[in-house]
Design a protein around this ligand. Structure first.
Ligand code: ACM
Length: 267
């Protein structure tokens, strides 16, 4: 299965330009599954709820999701892309999954990072795994990586590949995702952005380093910190179905869930 990512540098608010640029790059790829960054169409640094609402779109009938669906049909591939979603006057930091037969699903980011808490509601549609034929894919968005239960939950639900749109600013995630893959026996594709936005007092620089990681933590490819890149690697998603660590250790069945401590019981 040919899987990969686009690492882009969106211009804030220039949706047509950002979407057209991403579409053009995908058109040139030979791929089965491509992951795009978080908020790939709008840019990241919103400054008010009004601005967020104005740029956010409904799913699946908004213009960005429709453009993604058309391309997925034309190229016969699956796409996971981060965008600002509007629903009943509320905004979510979401990612859509589309394929050759159209819209498949949408994930709303659970763990909002920093000022995102001012513009978005936390996700309310849970974490889902989607069977796209060649693999089962789970979706999480950027800062969700900091909460290892997200990747674990997706793995327990049967994900072979974690698709991870991101707008990373802290440096830790690329290495942490290596561990997420080892401890869950899954592949992960992190699609990050590059560039700097300074739409308030604080400039945010995005770290790039998008990557494709294997079930044993192999770094099949890690991108630069400062270039737009479109990378595809060949993987065998079935490797993620083998959760045996040694002949006597299984990474899901060996868990001792009875002894994990719910947060309310902390001393
Ligand atoms: C992030 O969650 N965009 C850091």
């Amino acid at each position: 299965m040919k899987v990969g990512f686009l690492q882009t540098s969106p211009l804030f608010g220039k949706k047509d330009e950002n979407v057209d640029n991403a579409m053009l790059q995908i058109t040139r790829l030979d791929a089965d599954l491509v992951v795009l960054p978080e908020l790939f169409n709008t840019g990241y640094q919103f400054t008010s709820k009004e601005e967020t609402l104005a740029l956010a779109e409904t799913v699946p009938d908004g213009q960005t999701t429709r453009a993604l669906i058309n391309l997925a049909k034309e190229k016969h591939l699956h796409l996971v892309a981060g965008l600002a979603e509007r629903d009943n006057g509320r905004c979510y930091n979401s990612a859509v999954l589309v394929g050759p037969h159209g819209f498949i699903g949408c994930y709303r980011k659970l763990h909002l990072f920093y000022h995102e808490k001012q513009w978005f509601e936390p996700g309310n549609v849970g974490l889902n795994v989607f069977d796209i034929g060649q693999a089962r894919v789970g979706i999480m968005i950027c800062f969700d990586w900091f909460f290892p239960e997200v990747a674990r939950y997706l793995a327990v639900k049967g994900a072979d590949i974690i698709c991870h749109p991101a707008n990373l600013v802290l440096p830790y995630c690329p290495q942490a995702m290596v561990t997420r893959c080892i401890e869950n026996g899954v592949f992960a594709i992190t699609a990050n952005r590059i560039g700097t936005e300074k739409r308030s007092e604080e400039a945010l620089t995005f770290i790039g380093a998008s990557q494709i990681i294997g079930t044993k933590g192999e770094i099949f490819y890690r991108a630069s910190s400062d270039l737009d890149e479109a990378i595809i690697a060949e993987i065998n998603p079935k490797f993620a179905r083998d959760k045996q660590i040694t002949p006597m250790n299984h990474l899901l069945n060996d868990r001792r869930l009875k002894f994990t401590i719910p947060v309310e019981e902390r001393e």
